[in-house]
Structure formats: C-alpha cells, structure tokens
Design a protein around this ligand. Structure first.
Ligand SMILES: Nc1ncnc2c1ncn2[C@@H]1O[C@H](COP(=O)(O)OP(=O)(O)OP(=O)(O)O)[C@@H](O)[C@H]1O
Ligand SMILES: [Mg+2]
Length: 453
C-alpha cells in the first residue's frame, strides 16, 4: 500500500520536526516553508491533503500569506483538501479560511491525536471524491441520451446519432425487436435542430389501412362517413419536428406512393382534399424486417426504400453487445429495485452467468421485463437465475482436465460466439473465424455445436 501524500506548509523548524516524527510513518511527507515552495510542491506532486500554517514568512504574524496559498491551491484543484493551522486565539482567521474553502482547521499548539484523526477523515473523503469523479467519467462513456452501452457496436451507434442529428435527411433504423429503435429516433430528435418542435410516433402495423391514411395525412370534413370535421394528420402535426414511422415495412402500397411523394415534394393532400399542404417534418422510419428482401419480393417500393434509407443505422442485437448486458442489467436492477422499494439488490453469481449465456431474442425489452419481475419476486437481497426465469449458465469454475479438453472447450466457445454474433449464418461466421464453410461444419459436428438462431 502506498502512503497518502501529505504536504506540510510550516516555517517553524520545531513544529516541522514534531510533525515528521508524528506523521512520517503513515504519510509520505513533503515540506515547504513559504508560499513559493508550497505552490511548487502542490503543483508538482498533488498531495492528497495539505496542512497549512496561516502565518508564513515574510509576514508570520498576519494570515494573508497563508490565505493566498489556500486560494492558489483551490484554483488549481477545486477539491483540494487544505487543513489550516492558525495561531492561538486566532480562530477568526481560521474560520475565514474555512469560509474560503479550507477543509478544516486546527489551533496551535496542535494536538497530534486530533491532527491524526482529522487527517484520516480527510483522506477518506478525498478518496471517495476521487472515486466518485472516476465513476462519473465512466458513466459518461457508458451512456448517451439515456441509452446505455459501452460496447464498440453501441459507440458506433452513438457516433451515428451525433452526426445524423445535424441534418434533416430521413433516417432508417433497423434492428430486431426491443433493440431500442424508438429510443434512437427520440435521441435523434432531441439532438436535432427541430428539437423544440413536436415528435410524433405512429406504428404503421397497428392501424387498419383505411384509417392509417387519414391518421398520417389528415382528412377534410365529409371525406368519408363519420368525418364530421376536418382533421390534421400526423405529418402535418409534426411540422417543425419529427415524425417517427415505426414498422414502416407494413405500410400498405397505396400509402407508400403517397409517402414517397411527400418525401420528394414536402407536400401532400389530406384525404378528400385538393389543397397541397406543406410540412417540413423530418421522417425517421424503423423496421425489424429485412426491408431489402421486402423490396426484392415486391412488397416494398424500391424508390421509397432509397428515399427513406438516405441514412441507415442497424442496431445490434443485445447478444452482440458483450459486457453491455451486465451494464444494462445492473442499471435496471438499481432502477426497479428503487422503484419497488427494494434498494441494494444485487445479482447472485448464477444470475450473472445466466445473463451472459442467454441469447435474448427479445433484446433489451426482454432484459427489462425479466429484471423488473426479478426485482419484485427475489426473496432476499440477491437476485438468482431462477428469479430471472433463466437457466443457470455454464460454470466457469469447472475447469477442463486435459489439454485436449481445454482446447475443445475454447473452440466450442469461440464457434458458438461467432455463430451467435452472425445470427447463425455459417458463411459470415466462417469468414470471421478464418475457416472455410466445410471446416466450420466439421468443427460444429465434432464439438456438438448447434447453429442456434
Ligand atoms: N441502450 C439502452 N439502454 C437502456 N435502455 C434501453 C436501451 N435500448 C432500449 N432500451 C429500453 O428498452 C425498451 C425497448 O426499447 P425501444 O422501444 O426503443 O425498442 P424498439 O426497437 O423500438 O422495440 P420494438 O421492436 O419492440 O418496438 C425501452 O423500454 C427502452 O427504454
Ligand atoms: Mg418500437
């Protein structure tokens, strides 16, 4: 263990000796006798704490020199821990120093036991602050606009959002169920120039075709039975903002034409209307189907596809995000634990293993549901795999016996992970592993690996 570094600013030789004797074992001491030496030592070695005599040469009888040292240190480090030592009967100046940001004060003659205690507490607080600062910094790297993710794949998504937000070109968001498509759409909106305008979302799959047209483009009074009054559609409402078209792959072909025209001209007509209406709403679309395949099979218009897919982002499945599973699971557990009046819950080791070996077909939404349920159902402070309704994962403590077994175990793991990452696609998994397709098939057979999804 390294000793914490303590800077002692004191001009009295006797006191310096006394301190060296009392504190030398527990702290790495630096000594300075005046303002210049004190500032130099502070700048060069950033002590954990500083013990500062207020009366320093050339004016040992007034506190100004010491107070100048104090403010100089605080300018260099807002969280510097300075303990002021003042002359007898000079409490007033000691309090002035505390008002100016000193951590604590002691009066001469200094009681060494008291000093040790104050220092100990001071180092403890400084440690906590340092830890907290470091935590805040990592938290910043692990989250972006409420989205958690430290994995390289998610960092790429965050970088995409930063860039795409600066334009108003359409964006197409691809990704499996529950990967955060709507969250990305909202983040894009919040970071865009249209952020003060409305964000309106519509699920193209949830509304019957005849209503969807009026929902999107609005209708004029009397345009169909029951249309007693004219009504704005979402694209009109979203003027100055963003319209999010979820499940765009399900948009009926008649509406595909109308949407294409809107994307080209920025104008449209309400149902039953003749007037050209303008809207500058930015279009963000999302789908969990393979839209290119839908184009090939004639279900989705190619020209519309190209208009929508000016900027495309594909959200990785949760199983491809490595350590993000742990990161997000812990955050959800903290969040739901607090929400349900059960703070301080942690994952038992079988739960941690299960989280990492599960393939998460429902992605983050599934993780969210399982953790929320577990936060309510767990018996004690520890959430188990059973609370998550997951099977226990492989036990890392079960070590293989022979070299051959070890090799097989690693091979199996690497092959399984590659297949998982590529959604069970042999060609791309083989390419990543640097083997031919037949070799990968052979490996899978020998190792008893099934293709999975
Ligand atoms: N990176 C993330 N960090 C934390 N929470 C997330 C993250 N991504 C998604 N979520 C949460 O997961 C849930 C699903 O996200 P969202 O609705 O955006 O996904 P989706 O892809 O639109 O899903 P679906 O296909 O089911 O419509 C939401 O509750 C969202 O808040
Ligand atoms: Mg969604």
């Amino acid at each position: 263990m390294t000793r914490p570094r303590l800077l002692i600013v004191e001009d009295d030789e006797d006191i310096r000796t006394q301190m060296r004797w009392a504190l030398g074992d527990d702290y790495e001491l630096l000594l300075a006798g005046d303002r210049t030496a004190a500032m130099a030592a502070f700048t060069n070695s950033r002590p954990m704490a500083t013990l500062l005599d207020l009366g320093l040469p050339p004016r040992p009888n007034d506190p100004e020199e010491g107070l100048a040292v104090l403010s100089g240190m605080l300018v260099l480090d807002r969280l510097a821990k300075v303990i002021v030592v003042s002359g007898q009967g000079d409490k007033e100046n000691a309090l002035r120093a505390v008002g100016a940001g000193a951590y604590d004060f002691l009066c001469k003659p200094v009681d060494m036991d008291e000093l040790r205690l104050v220092l100990k507490r001071c180092v403890y607080v400084a440690d906590l602050e340092r830890e907290y600062r470091a935590m805040q910094e990592t938290a910043r790297a692990e989250a972006f606009e409420d989205m958690l993710g430290a994995s390289p794949l998610m960092q790429t998504v965050f970088a995409f959002i930063r860039k795409a937000a600066t334009t108003s070109a359409p964006v197409l968001i691809l990704g499996e169920n529950g990967t955060g498509k709507e969250m990305v759409a909202r983040a894009l909106h919040r970071r865009s120039r249209q952020r003060n305008g409305p964000f309106v979302a519509i699920n193209c799959n949830a509304i019957p075709e005849n209503l969807l047209e009026s929902e999107l483009f609005g209708h004029e009074k009397g345009s169909f039975t029951g249309a007693h009054a004219g009504r704005k559609g979402l694209i009109e409402t979203a003027a100055g903002g963003t319209v999010f078209l979820d499940e765009i792959g399900e948009l009926p072909s008649s509406l595909q034409v109308k949407l294409l025209r809107f994307l080209q001209e920025k104008t449209f007509q309400r149902v039953g209307g003749r007037q050209e209406i303008e809207s500058d709403a930015r279009v963000i679309a999302a789908t969990n189907i393979n839209l290119k395949e839908a184009v090939e099979s004639g279900k989705f218009r190619e020209d519309l596809y190209f208009r929508l897919a000016v900027l495309v982002v594909t959200l990785p499945a949760l199983r491809e995000r490595g350590g993000d599973v742990d990161l997000i699971a812990r955050e959800f557990l903290r969040r739901y634990g607090t929400q349900h009046g059960r703070p301080g819950l942690t994952f038992a080791s079988d739960a941690a293993r299960a989280l990492n070996s599960h393939v998460w077909p429902g992605n983050i939404r599934e993780l969210q549901n399982r953790v929320q349920r577990a936060a309510i159902m767990a018996e004690g402070k520890r959430v188990t795999a059973a609370d998550l309704e997951l099977a226990d994962g492989p036990d890392p403590k079960q070590r293989p016996q022979t070299l051959r077994e070890a090799r097989e175990q690693i091979e199996r793991q690497v092959v399984e992970e590659a297949l998982r990452r590529h959604g069970g696609k042999i060609t791309s998994a083989a390419a990543e592993l640097g083997v031919s397709r037949p070799t990968l098939y052979e490996l899978m057979e020998r190792l008893g690996v099934v293709r999975g999804e």
